[in-house]
Design a protein around this ligand. Sequence first.
Ligand code: SF4
Length: 235
Amino acid sequence: MNFLAGKKLVNLVLVNVSRRLGLRRSLGRPFFMLIDPCNFCNLRCPLCISVLEKGNFGEGFMPIALYREALEYFGPYLTHLNLYNWGEPFLNKHIYEMIRLAKGYDIHVTISSNLNAGEPAEIVDSGLDVLVCSLDGATQATYEKYRVKGNLERALARARQIVRLRKEKGVSKPLLIWQYLLFEHNKDELEMARGLAEQGGFDNFVSGPGHVWVEHPVIKPVSGELSRNEKGSLQ
Ligand code: SF4
């Protein structure tokens, strides 16, 4: 697997040359793309656009035919594809096919999920490269303050299954990342969560202040040392 071969490499050179020359119109094509397979969610996180703006835009899935068309045009030039934005990607019944199609173009694919959906065997077999898991607590009581309607144990069970299946099948993908958004209500469970991630076989653990962009009675920005995260706030 080589994300940087042939057309893709030539395209990146063209994009860079265009940037250096300050051209208004790039000589290359996009090398990164973000596609939202589903713009609604099974959870109700209070600061999420899909929750706050619910009813203000239509809800739906990325049609597989349109996705194929987009890949036919952009796929040969793409190096990276993020299959997520403001919804739960695994609610789209075509998600595994979407990943496979992208892998057919040698594209590095990342998904961010709440892990309250998704079939572990399908996820491992799809060839997904990176799975970011949004888990902001080490106990159900804390976790569900932000991940409303979420079930921490069910999410962790899925992660454990993925780790077990990777081992059984002798594959290293998807890379599992535990993402912990820090707020005032969950900062005391950060180290406990880090421990759970290690025990559970996650490959990485990232944390950073959650971006509190509207007033909320329960969800408050994290205070103290933890609020000064060099990586900036996470969404
Ligand atoms: S899990 Fe993600 S997409 Fe779903 S409501 Fe929460 S922030 Fe939004």
